[in-house]
Design a protein around this ligand. Structure first.
Ligand code: DSN
Length: 426
C-alpha cells in the first residue's frame, strides 16, 4: 500500500514545529520514543471491554498482562492500593468519579474555572456543571492563594457531596489535609485532580494528596510524561457511600464502583495501545532520573518566575512551587490573546489564560500561562530560562514590530538546535 504522503508530510511538519520552537504550554511534554512506539503498536487492534481476567472478548491474555503491568507500575509510582488506567482522558476520569459518587443534581464544590480551575470541576459549559449543582471557591485577590476560608464556608453552607481540589492554572501547592477536615465535617468526599502536578507529586516534590483525598484522578501526558490519557487511584479503599449493591447483595467498595463507572458506565473498549504506553511511562517514572527531572522542572520554573519578576511582570501569587506560572499582563499593556499570537510568530508557544478577577473575556484574557515540563525534558536549565524570558519580553514589548519578532524567531531556532528532539526520527 503506498504511504499516505498527505498525512505523513503533515506529521513531518509537526515534528519540525516541535523541534524548532520553545514549548511553554504547561500541560504539554515530550514523551520518550518508547512511549510513542507502544502507542503506535499492535495493541491498537484489540478489543478488550472489561478488565484483566474479566473480558467480554477472546484473545485478551496478552492485553491482560499489558494492562496489569500498567496498573501495578502506577500503584508503585504513587503508593496506591488500587488504580484504573482505562480513562481516555482526565475529563473521562473525573466523569467516572462523578458517576460513581453522585446522583444527578447533587451539590459539588470546585475551584472556579476563572480562578485557575478546570472545566470538569463544575463549569456550566461542562457535563459536571449541567448534571450537578456546582458551587465554587476561588483565590484571594491580594495573594492569589487558594481561599480556604471561602472553601470551608461554602462547604458548610451548601453541604456538597464532593469537594474537588486541583487546578489548571495554579502555581502553588495544596493543603489537602485542611480540605479533608471540612469534607469530614460536612460529609463530603474529596477528589484531588492532580492532572497538572502529578509527576511532581509522584516524586515527593509536592504534597501527597493520596492519604487525605478519597479519590485521585490525573492525566498521564503532562508532568507524568506519558501518552495522552487519564487514570484514577485510591490509596485507601472504602465502601461506596451510595451503597450500591453487587449482584450478590454485597455493598460495593469505591474501587468496584469506580471500575463500573469507567466501564460499562461511561466508556466502551479501552485504548490498550495507550494503556501499553502508560505502562512504559510509569516504568520510566520508576527509574532513576525521573525525580531529578521533576526537581529540575521546579528549579527551572522558579528561575523563570524570578526572571519575569525582575522585569516587572506580575505573577499571580508572586511565584511558583510547581511547574507553571500565571502572569497578569495588564501592566504591560497587552492582552493574553495578542501575547499568544505574537509569541507564536516567534515560535514560542504558550496559551492565553484568564487571571483571577479578570476583566476580559476568556477569548481575550489579561494573562498568559507558562509551564516548563516540556523544555526541561529537552534539557534546558536555569540559565536558559533567563534567556527565554528576555526573548519573551523582547517580543511583548515590540509586539507591533515584525522585524523584532522575526529576529527573536531566528534566535529561538538557533537556541533549540542545541537541544535535539527525537534525533532517531528522520
Ligand atoms: N487543557 C488542559 C490544560 O491545558 O491545562 C487541561 O485540561
Amino acid at each position: 500500500m503506498p504511504k499516505d504522503t498527505t498525512l505523513f508530510s503533515l506529521l513531518d511538519r509537526e515534528l519540525v514545529r516541535q523541534r524548532t520552537g520553545i514549548e511553554l504550554i504547561a500541560s504539554e511534554n515530550f514523551t520518550s520514543l518508547a512511549v510513542m512506539q507502544a502507542m503506535g503498536s499492535v495493541a491498537t487492534n484489540k478489543y478488550a471491554e472489561g478488565y484483566p481476567g474479566k473480558r467480554y472478548y477472546g484473545g485478551c491474555e496478552i492485553i491482560d498482562e499489558i494492562e496489569t503491568l500498567a496498573i501495578e507500575r502506577l500503584k508503585k509510582v504513587f503508593g496506591a492500593s488500587w488504580a484504573n488506567v482505562q480513562p481516555h482522558s482526565g475529563a473521562q476520569a473525573n466523569t467516572a468519579v462523578f458517576l460513581a459518587c453522585l446522583k444527578p443534581g447533587d451539590p459539588i464544590l470546585g475551584l472556579d474555572l476563572s480562578m485557575g480551575g478546570h472545566l470538569t470541576h463544575g463549569s456550566p459549559a461542562n457535563y459536571s456543571g449541567k448534571h450537578y449543582r456546582a458551587f465554587f471557591y476561588g483565590v484571594h485577590k491580594e495573594t492569589g492563594l487558594i481561599n480556604y476560608e471561602q472553601l470551608e464556608e461554602t462547604a458548610r453552607r451548601e453541604k456538597p457531596k464532593l469537594i474537588i481540589c486541583g487546578a489548571s492554572a495554579y502555581s502553588r501547592d495544596w493543603d489537602y489535609k485542611r480540605i479533608r477536615a471540612v469534607a469530614d465535617e460536612v460529609g463530603a468526599l474529596v477528589l484531588a485532580d492532580i492532572a497538572h502536578p502529578a509527576g511532581l507529586i509522584a516524586t515527593g516534590v509536592l504534597n501527597d494528596p493520596l492519604d487525605h483525598c478519597h479519590i485521585v484522578t490525573s492525566t498521564t501526558h503532562k508532568t507524568l510524561r506519558g501518552p495522552r490519557g487519564g487514570l484514577i487511584m485510591l490509596r485507601h479503599d472504602f465502601d461506596n457511600p451510595l451503597g450500591a449493591k453487587d449482584p450478590k447483595g454485597n455493598i460495593r467498595s469505591m474501587s468496584a464502583a469506580l471500575d463500573l463507572a469507567v466501564f460499562p458506565g461511561m466508556q466502551g473498549g479501552p485504548l490498550e495501545h495507550v494503556i501499553a504506553a502508560k505502562a512504559v511511562a510509569f516504568g520510566e517514572i520508576l527509574e532513576d532520573g525521573f525525580k531529578q527531572y521533576t526537581q529540575q522542572v521546579v528549579a527551572n520554573a522558579q528561575a523563570m518566575a524570578s526572571a519575569f519578576v525582575s522585569r516587572d511582570y506580575h505573577l499571580i501569587s508572586g511565584g511558583t512551587d510547581n511547574h507553571l506560572m500565571l502572569i497578569d499582563l495588564r501592566n504591560k499593556n497587552i492582552t493574553g490573546k495578542k501575547a499568544q499570537e505574537v509569541l507564536d510568530q516567534a515560535h514560542i508557544t504558550l496559551n492565553k489564560n484568564a487571571v483571577p478577577f479578570d476583566d476580559k473575556s476568556p477569548f481575550v484574557t489579561s494573562g498568559i500561562r507558562i509551564g516548563v515540563p516540556a523544555i526541561t525534558t529537552r534539557g534546558l536549565r536555569e540559565t536558559d530560562m533567563e534567556n527565554i524570558v528576555a526573548m519573551i519580553d523582547e517580543v511583548l514589548t515590540h509586539a507591533d514590530q515584525p522585524e523584532v519578532v522575526a529576529a527573536v524567531r531566528e534566535h529561538v531556532q538557533t537556541m533549540m538546535q542545541q537541544f535535539p528532539l527525537y534525533p532517531e526520527l528522520s
